[in-house]
Design a protein. Structure first.
Length: 459
């Protein structure tokens, strides 16, 4: 790092989210190239070479960048629909619309989803995209292009569906792929886009959609494909009571046992939601280190229930936070999920002891990095890790009277992002994106949403 250009951040509070939860009331961070070179109490060391920028971060808290572990970007252009439905009815209502998306729509929706997250402190994002209508264009490529332009670190969970209504699934028949087509397209996406390096900006996971939209063969062969290619696996699991009933009727067992029978438990797997888990299910996830993407706002929006996050953490289950698709979480922001995770879990059995502010911050940072398999690279502020970090402004009316900065960030109003860095490169300044025109994205998403609505109306 001797010849690397350096950025020095000083006079800030720091929550490192390292293994010891080290914090500094007044400290500094030194970025060299794309790595964190040093951090600690007080001023930065004297005599640093190649310092190209110094930031006086008085009144700010510096944290690791937020890590989103579950999302569906295409839903950005179908927000505000089916607002009073449970999951299965919501899916039935929206699948006919989603099945008519194409590349321009998906690109615009990805831009909108990414922009909203990035300006709110997300530095590592993911998208579980599983709707690939015939002749709709290069949807995976469009999503990856939008992430690259926004400047965030990104995982594409290349999804798929092959169980339609005629096979007892929920998607309409014209909305699914064949088993062979889904596997071949997924493998091609991994080979074209997955980067396994330490500082990778784009990675790909294998991600059949859910037990009620994919065949047993697609789950089993998808797991085999992922392990042959050396990538992670992602799907939805145990989201609702109806899903559990569906699995028992169709497969003769609950979701966790079904997933285990198809090779879908393991430290290379993470699942979204996991709301309806019994003690045995949680123990199986803890034993196998299967990860969970906790999506509190979406679970509330669809009346799915309260995931047993405190019990999962106690069992050693890796848990991160997810926005989920914006057709079930219209805000599209991850920093609000810190607060919602804490509050909603306190409505459960553990009440006020369920989660505290620092545990919520850990879920949104290091926990997410664990779930995505990148805890060695991101998720905490430590020398040698990648320079993905956020400066939260906490000296305004909204937060200035809260003495503890972590409590202010988690329980207070959504804090402004003064600066956000990904891989050492600044992507947000004073709450605005630096590399994407937000106003142009807003216009594009509105236009594509209206275009999709017209197509659906004609159909």
């Amino acid at each position: 790092m001797a010849a690397a250009q350096r950025t020095v951040i000083e006079n800030c509070s720091i929550a490192t989210v390292d293994a010891d939860d080290t914090e500094y009331a007044h400290g500094h961070v030194v970025i060299a190239g794309n790595r964190i070179e040093a951090l600690g109490a007080g001023k930065a060391p004297e005599g640093l070479e190649n310092v190209v920028r110094r930031i006086d971060a008085s009144g700010h808290l510096v944290t690791p960048g937020l890590v989103n572990t579950h999302h569906h970007y295409y839903q950005w252009i179908t927000r505000g629909l089916a607002t009073d439905h449970n999951l299965f009815n919501w899916l039935v209502a929206l699948y006919p619309t989603w099945a008519r998306i194409d590349e321009p729509m998906v690109y615009a929706a990805a831009q909108g989803s990414l922009a909203m997250m990035a300006r709110g402190g997300v530095t590592t994002a993911m998208d579980h995209h599983y709707v690939y209508p015939k002749d709709s264009g290069d949807l995976s490529g469009a999503i990856i292009r939008a992430a690259r332009e926004t400047g965030v670190r990104f995982t594409l969970a290349r999804g798929s569906m092959d169980r339609s209504e005629k096979d007892g699934g929920l998607p309409p028949d014209f909305a699914v792929e064949t088993l062979e087509g889904a596997l071949a397209a997924t493998e091609q996406t991994v080979k074209e886009h997955h980067d396994a390096s330490f500082d990778a900006m784009t990675q790909v996971a294998v991600a059949p959609c859910s037990p009620f939209s994919v065949s047993t063969e697609l789950l089993r062969e998808g797991a085999e494909l992922a392990r042959r290619l050396g990538v992670r696996l992602h799907t939805h699991g145990s989201e609702t009571v109806e899903e559990e009933q569906f699995c028992k009727e169709l497969f003769g067992m609950g979701p966790t046992d079904y997933f285990e029978s198809t090779g879908w438990l393991g430290e290379d797997v993470w699942m979204a939601h996991c709301v309806h888990m019994n003690d045995s299910d949680i123990a199986a996830f803890g034993r196998t280190k299967t990860g969970v993407a906790h999506c509190p706002s979406s679970n509330a929006r669809l009346a799915a229930g309260i995931a047993r996050v405190p019990d999962m953490l106690a069992a050693g289950v890796p848990v991160g936070l997810g926005v989920d698709g914006t057709a079930s979480n219209e805000s599209g922001e991850l920093h609000t999920e810190l607060r919602n995770a804490l509050l909603i879990n306190r409505l459960g059995a553990h009440r006020e002891a369920a989660l505290n502010a620092r545990q919520a911050l850990r879920l949104g940072t290091y926990g997410g990095a664990q779930v995505l398999g990148r805890a060695a690279e991101i998720g905490s502020l430590e020398p040698g890790k990648l320079a993905d970090l956020v400066l939260w402004k906490l000296d305004t009316l909204a937060h200035a009277s809260i003495a503890d900065p972590v409590t202010a960030l988690v329980l207070g109003a959504a804090a402004p992002v003064t600066a956000s860095f990904v891989n050492g490169r600044q992507v947000v300044e004073d709450g605005r994106l630096l590399h994407v025109d937000e106003d142009a994205v807003a216009r594009s998403t509105r236009d594509q949403a209206q275009r999709l609505a017209r197509i659906v109306a004609r159909a």
